[in-house]
Write a protein that binds this ligand. Structure first.
Ligand SMILES: Nc1ncnc2c1ncn2[C@@H]1O[C@H](COP(=O)(O)OP(=O)(O)OP(=O)(O)O)[C@@H](O)[C@H]1O
Ligand SMILES: [Mg+2]
Length: 332
């Protein structure tokens, strides 16, 4: 493996540079694009889960506005590193003091993870925003907009980012696969996507980790990296349980948890996903999903994971008996 290969982080290498490179978030992109085209943006607040394009879009905005001189007109502050009020205030002051270079009459301050700021820091930020409106625009990102003071929210246009859909992440992954010379089966992509729960950064990181083993990305290879229960293994457990075979279901389950050291909670998540692929009627799927939720709750509360999972298997067995799906395995 070449040195070059290791030193490159794909999430950065493939960070979108222009609006068109981004996937998903269509409504947001449309609105932000038209704001940027008018060359006069309001303060912006990007809220939403991790790895879905908030920081990426902030950078695109700045690059579009300022072109080649974006660095001189842009200040990035990470609120979780610089919690203090004074740090933020002083840095902003120093930066905002000088006029913007070029045609755009303001500079942009990107405040990443703004929800990490204390209340006091947010109060100070609010006054700073007022003081420098003529020369500065704030672009803020946060995971939870509820942690941002109302007066700040009301001074900004709020955009709520969503977890990315499978088809959107697929477009990005296909592009990376092509450029990196990878072969990814559809099943392998599904495993990647499920493990990521719609977080594009996580998918790309998992892909890079998998690709460092082999360019031929298979579901098993991804599972090894993800170190979560393989869907095919979980399906075997559930098939045993629904056909009433408690002993084998339990043995297979222990196998998954002990040999592959997968936590009870990860097993439960995998079971919950797999329920929807079982050839049983929807009512039963709902009932089993509910049971899974209960078991998950108890685990979070500190219950013994083996006991809870065995109880869950018992629930699947009861469901199988009650609904006459005993011959499931043969019928498929
Ligand atoms: N919508 C997207 N389109 C294309 N790539 C994306 C998208 N969202 C995320 N990515 C990829 O994931 C990486 C991380 O995204 P980004 O830094 O924008 O996440 P974020 O939303 O700011 O997350 P956090 O809340 O953790 O800061 C990007 O460098 C890019 O490679
Ligand atoms: Mg970010």
């Amino acid at each position: 493996m070449s040195e070059n290969y290791n030193s490159e982080v794909w999430t950065e290498k493939y960070r979108p540079q222009v609006f068109e490179d981004m996937v998903g978030q269509e409504e947001i992109l449309k609105r932000v694009k038209s704001l940027v085209n008018s060359m006069n943006i309001p303060h912006l607040l990007f809220a939403g889960p991790a790895g879905v394009g908030k920081s990426t879009l902030a950078l695109i905005v700045v690059k579009q506005l300022f072109g080649a001189s974006w660095r001189e007109n842009y200040l990035e502050l990470n609120a979780s590193d610089e919690r203090g009020i004074d740090v933020v205030r002083q840095k902003v002051k120093d930066f905002a003091r000088t006029k913007a270079l070029g045609d755009v009459p303001f500079k942009v301050i990107f405040l990443d993870e703004a929800d990490a700021l204390t209340r006091e820091a947010q109060q100070a930020l609010r006054r700073t925003m007022e003081n420098y409106t003529s020369t500065c625009r704030f672009v803020m990102s946060c995971n939870y907009s509820s942690k941002i003071l109302d007066p700040i929210q009301s001074r900004a246009v709020v955009f709520r980012f969503q977890l990315l859909e499978k088809k959107d992440i697929k477009r990005r992954i296909d592009l990376i696969a092509e450029r990196e010379g990878l072969m990814i089966s559809d099943d392998a992509f599904s495993v990647l996507y499920e493990a990521s729960e719609g977080d594009c950064r996580r998918v790309i990181n998992l892909l890079q980790a998998t690709a460092s083993i082999s360019p031929n990305i298979t579901p098993d290879l991804v599972s090894t990296i993800v170190s979560k229960a393989k869907p095919s293994d979980i399906k075997i457990v559930l098939d045993y349980a629904l056909s009433g075979d408690f002993v084998n279901a339990k043995e297979k389950l222990l196998d998954i948890m002990l040999k592959e050291s997968i936590s009870g909670q990860d097993v439960i998540k995998a079971i919950q996903r797999e329920i929807w692929n079982l050839p049983i009627d929807d009512g039963l799927k709902v009932a089993l999903t509910e049971k899974t939720g209960e078991a998950e709750f108890r685990l979070v509360e500190g219950a013994d994971e083996f006991i809870q999972l065995e109880a869950l298997i018992a629930a699947f067995i009861m469901a199988g008996i009650g609904n006459n799906v005993g011959g499931l395995k043969e019928e498929g």
